[in-house]
Design a protein around this ligand. Structure first.
Ligand SMILES: *[C@@H]1O[C@H](CO)[C@@H](O)[C@H](O)[C@H]1NC(C)=O
Ligand SMILES: *[C@@H]1O[C@H](CO)[C@@H](O)[C@H](O)[C@H]1NC(C)=O
Ligand SMILES: *[C@@H]1O[C@H](CO)[C@@H](O)[C@H](O)[C@H]1NC(C)=O
Length: 203
């Protein structure tokens, strides 16, 4: 009898431990992502705010989650807006995107980052700041207009760099955007704007 109860107890706790969270708006929330206390895994906290799924950075800035690919352990967040008539990303005060290094999320290597309004010393870095950089195309349209004529650069966020931040700051680069899986000759209309994050699966 005691054995049966113990076995049942283990089954019940395991089932609840692997419980996926309910949908948020129209987006499914796959395990291990957690939107509330009774589902998912505590290390994979995301937020369902008024039907919108959001990811919170280490500095407390919320980024809208655009899509989730549970098979690949990946999700895509919306890059911060560039404030109108400026070249400031809305997360500039937070230093850009910063992920908590103690959490199982990092920035994937499929992101092409574009930085705007950079100071001259960026030219010493191995980024592509030439007049043929992709960032020049972004400056021509809506949101990027405030950055027109500023020093801008692009780079592929590869594994040689920190995978926990995209930095924005006064005196550095004050705005950025990002495109997932950018193809060389793709026109701007088909760029997949987003920042892809991946997570380490739970044990
Ligand atoms: C910078 O990027 C553009 C667009 O991909 C490319 O045509 C150019 O050769 C690159 N320049 C350097 C210096 O890497
Ligand atoms: C560019 O950045 C500098 C500080 O680094 C700031 O003073 C300036 O207002 C920014 N330009 C635009 C267009 O936002
Ligand atoms: C990011 O995390 C994935 C697993 O989630 C890992 O395979 C990859 O090496 C990490 N990337 C870096 C640059 O640390």
């Amino acid at each position: 009898m005691v054995h049966v109860i113990v076995v049942l107890f283990i089954l019940v706790t395991q089932v609840s431990a692997y419980r996926p969270c309910p949908k948020c708006g129209k987006i499914k929330v796959p395990y291990p992502l957690r939107t509330d206390e009774n589902c998912g895994d505590p290390r994979y906290r995301i937020y369902c705010n008024n039907g919108a799924l959001e990811f919170m950075s280490a500095s407390g800035f919320y980024y809208k989650i655009l899509s989730i690919n549970p098979k690949a352990n990946k999700l895509i967040i919306k890059p911060p807006l560039i404030l109108e008539n400026t070249c400031y990303s809305s997360d500039l005060d937070q230093g850009g995107l910063m992920l908590d290094e103690n959490l199982p999320f990092n920035i994937s290597t499929r992101n092409t980052v574009m930085l705007f309004n950079c100071s001259d010393n960026i030219l010493l870095s191995p980024l592509n700041c030439s007049s043929s950089s992709f960032c020049r195309e972004f400056e021509e349209v809506g949101e990027g207009c405030g950055c027109k004529g500023t020093l801008c650069c692009h780079f592929l966020k590869d594994s040689s760099m920190t995978s926990h931040r995209i930095r924005a700051r006064l005196g550095g680069c004050t705005a950025y955007t990002c495109v997932v899986d950018k193809k060389p000759d793709e026109p701007l209309e088909s760029w997949n704007f987003g920042i892809e994050l991946q997570w380490l699966p739970p044990f």
